[in-house]
Design a protein around this ligand. Structure first.
Ligand code: EMZ
Length: 383
């Protein structure tokens, strides 16, 4: 099998039962695996809520390392819509050509940098700096701040060998607290300041609410974006014909981005908490127990996608669920799509081929399923 391949561990369970079950810190999860069921459950927010105890809808659960509610993602309607409205416009700024031009400068510079370097470890020397530098644009703060975030490593809640790391999370919380203090003292045009000025229902956002938005912005778009970028490099290394095709047919770039994101599904799943005794796929689900919407499985559902385990760069119909579904659809999707689009353009422009020298896979342990999400490390040369 190719090193860049991400096999689908859910196929058998999806076909046979539509469900998978995993334990997670003694708070079990019923994983919903079929595309149609995932979409249906995502719609039923009254039955399957997001506004449970902070951290509980994340798998692995973060209840032990986080008390702050992430906003808007850990809220349900109608509050969800009110808070989302505060940030919606801000997160559309990546559509602005000036934003895209800046992002292109960043990504081009990084590619030039790694091309002159011989062997490059993609996760730490390419994807992490790319994600962190791009985030300065999303937050509208000075580029130099990215150095701090790069120093934290790939995941803000996880460290090598430990799924959840309270000490590491504390670094992020303390940092955000300091930044909020700064913004209170010297208000500017950065996201912190904008949030501190914002109102819901005629009331200013509280400090805790601002913190909740900022934690989500840092945590939600970190390992996910890093995996998407790293997996793209691995994919083009092993599919030079696809890189050639992007050079020859730049008009398929948008479709290629969607297809890679479908195939990679950088966020495997997101949980919900049942508010009543109910059932999913004829399986009883008790009130106050967890289900998960397994985006990664839905994206390989042969009932929806032809040749689901192949990357079809110009796939026509692509209702993938990598950015979630329904009113909780990923806020960072616009930013991520621009990152991916510009990355593909720049690779096609500047790189003739990529050679993989070594890899260490990143495999999620999901009880009965092992899912490869990407790499802990991958050494390549950019030619
Ligand atoms: C949460 C989550 C959001 C969580 C859309 O996903 O991403 C995870 O990586 C974080 O650990 O806290 O932000």
């Amino acid at each position: 099998m190719k090193k860049s391949a991400l096999p689908d561990p859910f196929e058998k369970a999806r076909l046979e039962k539509g469900l998978g079950q995993m334990n997670d810190q003694d708070d079990p999860v019923v994983m919903v695996l079929r595309h149609k069921d995932v979409r249906k459950c995502a719609h039923q927010w009254q039955k399957f809520q997001s506004g449970a105890e902070p951290g509980r809808i994340v798998v692995p659960s973060e209840v032990n390392i986080r008390k702050t509610r992430q906003i808007p993602f850990e809220l349900d309607p109608p509050a969800h819509g009110q808070y989302r409205a505060v940030v919606e416009q801000w997160f559309r700024r990546p559509l602005d050509p000036a934003y895209q031009a800046e992002l292109k400068l960043q990504i081009d510079a990084l590619i030039e940098e790694v091309m002159g370097r011989g062997t490059v470890e993609v996760v730490s020397e390419f994807s992490l700096p790319l994600q962190s530098r791009a985030l300065t644009l999303l937050l509208n703060i000075p580029f130099a701040e990215s150095e701090t975030w790069i120093s934290w490593g790939t995941h803000v809640f996880r460290s090598e060998g430990e799924a959840l790391d309270g000490d590491k999370a504390a670094i992020l919380y303390d940092y955000i607290d300091e930044q909020i203090d700064q913004a209170l003292e010297y208000p500017g045009e950065d996201l912190y300041s904008v949030l501190l000025r914002s109102e819901v229902d005629g009331k200013k956002l509280t400090r805790e609410e601002v913190k909740g938005v900022m934690i989500l912005t840092f945590a939600g778009g970190r390992d996910t974006v890093i995996n998407a970028v790293t997996n793209s490099i691995a994919y083009f290394a092993e599919h030079p014909e696809s890189l050639q095709r992007l050079k020859a047919e730049p008009e398929i770039m948008g479709k290629a981005v969607e297809e890679l994101i479908r195939y990679f599904a950088p966020l495997t799943q997101m949980g919900r908490v049942a508010t009543e005794d109910t059932q999913v796929c004829e399986h009883a689900v008790q009130a106050d127990s967890r289900i998960s919407l397994c985006w990664a499985s839905a994206n390989r559902d042969a009932a929806v996608f032809e040749k689901p385990n192949e990357v079809v760069l110009d796939r026509k119909l692509n209702p993938h669920l990598s950015f979630g579904f329904g009113h909780h659809k990923c806020l960072g999707a616009t930013h991520t799509r621009q990152i991916m689009k510009i990355l593909l353009h720049s690779l096609a422009e500047k790189v003739s081929s990529i050679d993989i020298v070594g890899t260490e896979e990143n495999i999620e342990d999901l009880g009965p399923f092992d899912r490869k999400v990407g790499f802990h490390s991958i050494q390549v040369t950019f030619n």
